[in-house]
Design a protein around this ligand. Structure first.
Ligand SMILES: Cc1ncc(COP(=O)(O)O)c(C=O)c1O
Length: 430
């Protein structure tokens, strides 16, 4: 295999891109395009690296389902020993279908509904990461009605400075909607410890996504441990878990990924001293560079002095460039040799429907295949049907074999829940 791109899973054989032992051209011919292609071994490798780095302390890796939620990906991560971090009843449903038990699940999210809290309690999730006093009081009532005691971790906003490529992905700074403000956390923790149907078992933070600096983790964790010591001294709660969230950065272009050894050095000593069990919730780190979006060039176009490559994938398939101004490497599956500076755009009726602007890329022609790299996280899971475009297929590659884990949607799927005329009812105003 030729030189690796962002993971050894993708390389070139006889000039054409392959994923592990499978030619991307074969996948495009068999499954058509656009299609997400994931390398099982790239996911295994990232999981193993992280598990090795955290091995010195009791820990569990809870994969953040939102990054890539399909059952085939969840089943693979479960087979590696991961638990999951979920943020909705829908993700709980997926996790259960993929075989995760309640003890494998932590439930995060700033706006859980009463129904979701009930579902989480019925599933006996390991922890419910509570983000406000209101949520705690609602959880207490739901648990009382069910006759159970809810396992609570408080998601605390550690109010640290977080540097991420886009401000939408910062969650641990003062004033953001996430978590309980640090100053209010002791009072909410005491309440959680005192309510009859909640048990305070953990403290939690999630500071942001695509974080490569260690200081926010170190500082955030120290703030959580300070709170832990304070509560312990008061005899409040039975805290045994410290969940430091996800956010570990990967390389999209040339930026440094998180340095796992340095991360372990920053985090593990204080965890070891506290004797708490460490929980982490990585999403992007495990799957980001394990997946690509395979798309076919539909047209070339030149207008107003700009050169366009128009692909059959659009922003509805991969929202990150448009939503976060995110960079993704793009290259031809079988380069022709020449290069061109072009905008690579989709067919969606929005000027924001682009994958790259003014990019020096392979001089592809209609019918050629392109690969958009680092699309494994927040790719398919953020896809929509905008412009009534059926969502793409997903394919998992493992060695020499590949299999469809999500079939391409059909037009019927687009209207499955729709009615030509509504089932009219009266509104009861008279
Ligand atoms: C609570 C929580 N945990 C974990 C994650 C995963 O983040 P990442 O994919 O950057 O690891 C997220 C992502 O937004 C999150 O909201």
């Amino acid at each position: 295999m030729g030189e690796s791109i962002l993971t050894p899973a993708f390389g070139r054989v006889d000039g054409a891109l392959v994923c592990e032992g499978v030619a991307l051209e074969t996948i495009a011919e068999t499954v058509s395009t656009p299609t997400y292609v994931y390398s099982a071994n790239a996911i295994r490798e990232q999981y193993a690296r992280l598990a090795r780095a955290l091995a010195p302390v009791p820990h569990r890796v809870h994969y953040s389902v939102k990054a890539s939620s399909s059952l085939g990906i969840l089943a693979l991560l479960r087979s590696l020993g991961a638990g999951v971090d979920i943020v909705s009843g829908g993700e709980l449903y997926r996790a259960r279908l993929a075989g995760f038990g309640g003890e494998d699940i932590v439930f995060s999210g700033v706006g859980k509904t009463e129904a979701e809290l009930r579902e989480a309690l019925e599933a006996r999730t390991l922890l419910i990461n509570v983000e406000s006093e209101g949520e705690l009081r609602l959880l207490e009532r739901v648990a009382r009605d069910l006759g159970v005691v809810a396992p609570v971790a408080l998601r605390v906003n550690p109010e640290v400075t977080v540097n991420t490529p886009h401000h939408y992905t910062r969650t641990g700074e003062r004033g953001l909607k996430f978590g309980i403000p640090y100053g209010e956390a002791p009072a909410v923790a005491r309440l959680a410890a005192s309510l009859p149907h909640t048990r305070l078992l953990g403290l939690d933070m999630h500071i942001g996504s695509q974080v490569s600096e260690l200081d926010p983790y170190r500082l955030g964790m120290l703030r959580l441990l300070e709170l832990y010591e304070q509560l312990r001294a008061e005899g409040a709660g039975e805290i045994r878990y410290l969940d430091i969230g996800g956010g570990l950065a990967v390389t999209y272009d040339s930026e440094a990924p998180i340095d796992l050894d340095a991360f372990a050095d920053a985090v593990l000593p204080s965890i070891a001293a506290s004797r708490l069990t460490l929980l982490v919730e990585p999403g992007r780190f495990l799957v980001g560079n394990a997946g690509v979006l395979l798309t076919r060039v539909l047209y070339r176009k030149r207008t107003g002095g700009r050169e366009y490559v128009i692909t059959d994938a659009g922003m509805n398939d991969l929202l990150r460039p448009s939503h976060y101004n995110a960079y993704h490497r793009i290259e031809a599956v079988r380069p022709r040799g020449a290069r061109v500076v072009a905008d690579i755009v989709g067919p969606v009726c929005e000027s924001g429907d682009f994958f790259a602007l003014d990019r020096d890329v392979d001089d592809v022609q209609p019918g050629d295949l392109l690969v958009i790299h680092s699309a494994g996280a927040y790719g398919f899971s953020m896809a929509s049907n905008y412009n009534s475009r059926p969502r793409a297929a997903e394919v998992l590659v493992d060695g020499e074999r590949f299999g469809v884990i999500t079939t391409r949607e059909r037009y019927e799927d687009l209207v499955r829940h729709e009615q030509l005329t509504p089932d009219w009812r009266t509104g009861g105003c008279s």
